[in-house]
Design a protein around this ligand. Sequence first.
Ligand code: ADP
Ligand code: MG
Length: 629
Amino acid sequence: MSKIRILSDALASQVAAGEVVERPAAVIRELVENSLDAKATHVTVEVQRGGTAMIRITDDGVGMDREDALLCIERHATSKIRSKEDLAAVRTFGFRGEALPSIASVSRFRLATRERESLSGTEIEITGGKLSGVKDHGGSGGTVIEVRSLFFNVPARRKFLRTEATEYAHIEQQFRTHAIANPQVTFTLIRDGGVAFHLPGTQAVLDRVRGLSGDDLAKRLIQVERIETQGIAVWGFIGGPGVSRSSRQQQLTFLNGRPIESQPINYGLREGFHTTLMKGQYPVTFLFLEMDAEAFDVNVHPAKKEVRFHDGFAVREAVAKAVRCALEAAGKLPDGHPSTTPRSMAQALQLRPEVVLPSVPQQQAFTMPVTPSSRPSITAAPMFEMRRPLSAKADESAVAKSVNHTIEQDVPASSSPASVTVAAPAPAQPVVKPAPPQFRIIGVLHRLYVLMESAEGLVLMDQHAAHERVNFEKMRRAMELGGVPSQRLLMPLMLQTSPRDGDILKRHLDSLAKLGIEAEPFGPNTFKIEALPTFLKTEDPLAWLDQVIEELQSLSSKSSSLRLGEDMIATTVCRHSVKANDRLSMPEIEALLADLFACEMPYCCPHGRPTLIQMSMNELEKKFGRLAP
Ligand code: ADP
Ligand code: MG
């Protein structure tokens, strides 16, 4: 007797349902996609008990006539593709004709639909995949689909559902994704009878973000201007340095308006955010990619969530570039447009607690009290201020020197009115630098936080983090220019390694040399270390080298040696280049500030931690009860 059987249609649908409909949120994904494909301008999602009891999607789309309404619940019934060629160019969300029959096979399903111009509509009821009723429907134009008791006839699947709260969280995430992807559509989410979100249609994605996540987040986003590279356009909004999450929930990416998840995009984001992101943190993104439909394949994932790019590397590059440009632009100020300063500064400094840099006049100045001993005054007496502009063309060390020099020369112990204006040094290329904001240094807290007054309130600088950023960029520049300065050791060190570590070291000797580490194989599993980077300040260089090897191991899959070096600098060298709790003199603080604002990314250390935070007067007044919170 033959063993192979053709599955009954009902069973096939249930099997397909397992792929397409893992949970209530997936039902919402499919139904909302259908509504959008039907050109709806208003979509309402209602759920009860995390979608397990009831899901209802109401739209004002094109609706269906009776014939289509009956057909749409058949397997492989779709109005969206007719041929193989259509499949290649599919622009709508659906195309498999699988969703409705799958959902209907595992629920009590009701579909009511009417084409706007027809006199009456159709209502269909299906229970566990079996048609149980067809009648006229008198509702307005559009479609309502109701899904009750999901998985009532598939207990095994019902058991896999999580708590109602968890299922609802997934639903909300799904809803958010659709809402961001389609800001022009009015979306409403009703949870157990109460309105959770009502989002009127808008042209601006940022309005939609505000509607979903509040003004707070919207303010902390940086715009990614549309850039097109190799036929891939990228634009949208991303969180500035310091805005990150411990999960990917707010890392939303879209391809031609379709929410997608993709490895090349994730890599591109990592690469683009690079040192502005802490380990284990994910960026906040609302990033839109647009490209020719020929350049990718959506037909690989049953839920169409994942796409395959024909040139994944190009996608990764395009995303990285767009993010990098946006982050850099946010920290920079176009010459001659002082009005843009507060905004770009504020955007770059979107950190918690409220971090907004002061507005900066075109003539930049750091002002500070003239003697380290001068105590902050509790009277309203102004601190002294004398501006002494330095040449903007001076190189970095010259600036630092002049600052020290100025202070030593011009500031006698008795506090005569004096302060220094430091112009940010011009980099080799005519890149537009961020304007250093005006701060008055108040003092140093616990040898770690430099307290400063800005136009907006109190600014704190983590001197350690600031040092790390400055050193990181210095070393990276040195590395790009041919190598980190290194220091010959009087006595070469002998480093013993395991055979595996030895192999890794051997493969990276060139990169290590660029990083100021001169190592040479010396017998089996032994290396002679002849020079180490000058920046390195550690008691135990061998232990440090072990860390470097560990770093090499975790990075060995990455391609570029520059990136490898950057990561190494960020993770190892930097940490050893600043001693914690060093007492800094006022001129040193001044120089540190100048150096920090000469950096490409001044607002966070190479590990993504903030270097500066600000508490606005507003924030302080709220804390002291002068303002209603
Ligand atoms: P697919 O979306 O892959 O075509 P579905 O099973 O999701 O398959 O839907 C089947 C068909 O039913 C669609 O192609 C469409 O013609 C019709 N349809 C589904 N939902 C709606 C809706 N909300 N408004 C109008 N037509 C719809
Ligand atoms: Mg569909």
